[in-house]
Design a protein around this ligand. Structure first.
Ligand code: NCD
Length: 358
């Protein structure tokens, strides 16, 4: 297993490295034509096992704007996956054709699994309801551009905090900066998972949990709205119970501070009234545009930095212990070593972060 500059989770890079990538994105944004040849001769593969508009196209546009080329699929049924090929074989082969492999997959922990088999750098473009680090880089760049800082922020996160992978990566990242406070706005059924709350507690970051936007909106620097992740629910019935609960309206925006911004990873369904788009505090379309510049910076950074020297799996191998998360990649890719981090007697799956009670 060789080492590469993989980005599976935000903590694959240090905070100073995130800032370096964001600063590079700002430079590119100010002067994009200077970077038009930087990736000439390089190939990026985009393997999207799940639907995507922004993430996929902004990655593709980023590589094309750097002068590189693309291969890949956005519908696995057009690839050998439809013939029953496992993840390992697909990744093994495609990674020998390319310099960077960007993957979005339905299962949690799939990006780590891909990195284990790849012969090139792997970037996680979303692994089920688990993590989405490149959206977080986009969000950090947006906060820096819009508010000028990444610390001393009161951030409200609203909607599907359970399955929203963008929320998980963002909360983990923002809790690394001093004095950031979190107001978690969700129904009890869609509350932030325990493993992310543990990260907040471990870092001493303050957070409160409330049920409504109205309780939180007055004191926020940023409100992060999210879509209820229909595709991740056990049943349509469960989804219907949670859908339509939150909607940010023009009327609610009256109560927000004049300098608060609204962010959303998009796509929007019904959680932000279209009339809010005209409010200058609505930053979500600017945020989506930042995604392309941050991905240009990330591609350049990945290809030009010396590969990191770090093992991909650091846990204890217990092949007889099955991960209890039905959405974990180890459920379907049976050849993967079952690796767990031992946290005081509790085993945590190294792919999907599920806590295993023995
Ligand atoms: C998000 C995702 O795919 O997790 N979108 C994105 O990448 N910009 C959010 C979502 O699908 O709701």
């Amino acid at each position: 297993m060789d080492n590469y500059n993989d980005l599976i989770d935000m903590d694959d890079y240090t905070v100073p490295q995130w800032l370096e990538i964001i600063e590079l994105a700002e430079k590119i944004k100010a002067n994009p034509e200077e970077y038009g040849e930087k990736c000439k001769g390089k190939i990026m593969a985009t393997l999207f096992y799940e639907p995507s508009t922004r993430t996929q196209m902004s990655f593709q546009a980023a590589m094309l704007r750097l002068g590189g080329s693309l291969i890949g699929f956005d519908n696995p049924s057009n690839s050998s996956v439809a013939k029953g090929e496992n993840l390992k074989d697909t990744i093994k082969i495609v990674s020998t054709y390319s310099d960077i492999l960007v993957m979005r997959h339905t299962q949690e922990g799939s990006a780590k699994a891909a990195a284990l088999c790849a012969d090139c750098h792997v970037i996680n473009a979303g692994d089920g309801g688990h993590l989405h680090p490149t959206q977080t880089l986009t969000d950090l760049l947006t906060l820096k551009c819009e508010l000028g800082r990444l610390d001393n922020l009161t951030v409200g996160l609203c909607g599907d905090l359970k399955y929203g992978r963008t929320v998980h990566s963002l909360v983990k990242a923002l809790s690394c900066f001093p004095n950031n406070k979190f107001v978690l706005i969700s129904t009890p059924a869609l509350a932030l998972p325990g493993y992310i709350k543990d990260v907040l507690k471990g870092r001493g970051a303050k957070f409160t949990e409330v049920n409504t936007i109205d309780e939180a909106i007055r004191n926020l620097d940023m409100l992060y709205m999210t879509r209820i992740q229909r595709e991740r629910f056990e049943s349509e019935e469960e989804y219907i119970k949670q859908s339509g609960v939150y909607c940010l309206t023009k009327a609610k925006m009256e109560y927000a501070r004049k300098d608060m911004i609204v962010m959303h990873p998009l796509p929007r369904v019904d959680e932000i009234e279209v009339a809010v788009d005209d409010d200058p505090r609505a930053a979500y379309f600017r945020q989506a545009n930042n995604g392309m510049y941050v991905r240009m910076a990330l591609i350049l950074y990945t290809l030009t930095k010396k590969p990191k020297v770090k093992p991909l799996l650091t846990g204890e191998i217990h092949n007889s212990v099955e991960c209890t998360n039905p959405k974990c990649i180890t459920q379907t890719e049976k050849y993967l070593p079952h690796s767990y981090i031992n946290r005081g007697g509790i085993l945590v799956c190294e792919y999907c972060d599920e806590r295993i009670l023995l």
